[in-house]
Design a binder for this molecule. Sequence first.
Ligand SMILES: [Zn+2]
Length: 261
Amino acid sequence: MRFTMKRILTGIAFVVCISSATFATTPDTDVLFQTSTINALLEGVYDGEVKCGELKHYGDFGIGTFQALDGEMIFVDGTIYQVKADGKVYNVADTVKTPFASVTFFDTDVSYTLQKTTNFQQLCTYLDTLIPTKNIFYAFKIEGTFSYLKTRSVPAQQKPYPVLTEVTKNQPVFEFQDIQGVIIGYRIPPFADKINVPGYHFHFLSSDKTVGGHLLEMETNKANIAIDYTHRFYLSLPEESAFYTTDLSTDKTKELEKAEK
Ligand SMILES: [Zn+2]
């Protein structure tokens, strides 16, 4: 009897040991990792601490910006691309820092084919019908040919940094016709405003990887939509003086609307 009990206990200990080892070594791909907050970016906190090489530990997919607000980040299939203010795509060294980025390992949970003429607003409305709840994070990869597409980028800033709405007043805008590529980005639940952009936020990269940017408008009649449901969120805050001293308690909804549109 005692022997049996001992065997059972040993068995339990063994199982616990195995499962904790599995937990420690398997990367959790269902996490949205983010550095800094959208309100810090709106307030002009453009000096980053996290290097692009480090982002690759937390994902293979994402969007963001670069040190001193030097353009738009598109992180897709493990490669980070930079769309500078000239609208062109540049390769990014792992040592380049970012003041704001959100990344994840993209695993498709569900996919759909969009087969009717759809603009940006209609796309967002359609995506809302595909998701099971508005209360979790979602990553999207939307591949297709776009009869029309409009993006913007932002130029690198000098200190003292202006707030984001000052920068985007004169943002360079780029328009394309019949362009093939991928739209990537997120739906952030409204309760996470101040931290990230609530609702939909997308960036674009052309298939030939020559042009892209922060998506402002688009039209397509056929696209493949892949959705990654994301239940966990990891926020990494900068140990940096501008972040420490900026007032992040105020409501920036109007500024965010101006900066993102
Ligand atoms: Zn953006």
